[in-house]
Design a protein around this ligand. Sequence first.
Ligand SMILES: Cc1cc2nc3c(=O)[nH]c(=O)nc-3n(C[C@H](O)[C@H](O)[C@H](O)COP(=O)(O)OP(=O)(O)OC[C@H]3O[C@@H](n4cnc5c(N)ncnc54)[C@H](O)[C@@H]3O)c2cc1C
Length: 278
Amino acid sequence: MVLIYFIFASIVITRINYGQSVSMSGLAGAVSLAGSGGDLWAVEGGNWQMAAGLLNRSDVTLHLQEEISTVTNLGGLYELNSTNGNSYTCQVAVVATPLDELNIQFTPQISIPERKLQHTYTTFIRGLLNPAYFGLDKVSDIPELVGTIENPELPFTCISVLKQNKVNDVTYKMFSRQSMTDALLDQIFSIRNETFRINWGAYPHYHAPEKFAPFMLDDDHLYYINAFENAASTMETGAVAAENMARLILSRLSDKKPSSSYGLKTSTADSNLQHPEL
Ligand SMILES: Cc1cc2nc3c(=O)[nH]c(=O)nc-3n(C[C@H](O)[C@H](O)[C@H](O)COP(=O)(O)OP(=O)(O)OC[C@H]3O[C@@H](n4cnc5c(N)ncnc54)[C@H](O)[C@@H]3O)c2cc1C
């Protein structure tokens, strides 16, 4: 019985969390399941505060609304040019976004395996679900989270309540693999006051065994954090990959100094378990 529940839960959860079927590595599937329990944590007021907090504590300059279009290895230095016409030089360049759908020109060229991103269409609706669409009598009979199974006739992956504003005024979040048309939304919702759509190239389309892009894109100091997403794509795994990348860079810049002397803390008390090269 437990096994049946586990299989059924996996079928629904990988669709919700990765927008795709269970045809993925055990690790990605397990990470997807880990994000499905009721004991999930979030920062009060919004997770955006994590990024804001990190920026505030770091000695960095953030350039918003500016895309890097070229990265050129000048030998010892990288020249980065942006779509705003700005040019930057740096000793170390770290790519921290999936390269799969970007058109950044690298000189010399880099080589990474082809990877498809799974697009998740996210639709936010303010209104009220139509119980008749779900074969129910009352809105209150519809669960707060509706997940679906792999069936091409089902037009969405999940719908969940984001916020109950008033009795008949609810904000919902909906994931689907295709854009939700107005006609379809009008069947699913009896009231629809606001609709907001985002098409996200969200995570890799998993295909075990995974082919990983290199974390080092050249022999110098061009790095790629999002290569890790083939294992699993989450904020936490991104943070782990980024910390390991920072350690790798520090250790390659000076493999004589232990990484702790750069102010990076480790979660293990046993310094023998630190792998400076990782
Ligand atoms: C709908 C959805 C739901 C998700 N739910 C969860 C969840 O519940 N929990 C969880 O842990 N993860 C979740 N994820 C996954 C999570 O959002 C990603 O794993 C995480 O955002 C990856 O972080 P990142 O910094 O690697 O990339 P991103 O967050 O994508 O950041 C990359 C940044 O690079 C910028 N950029 C792109 N190109 C350029 C360029 N040429 N020059 C300069 N900048 C550029 C982009 O604008 C972006 O700001 C979800 C993802 C989606 C789409």
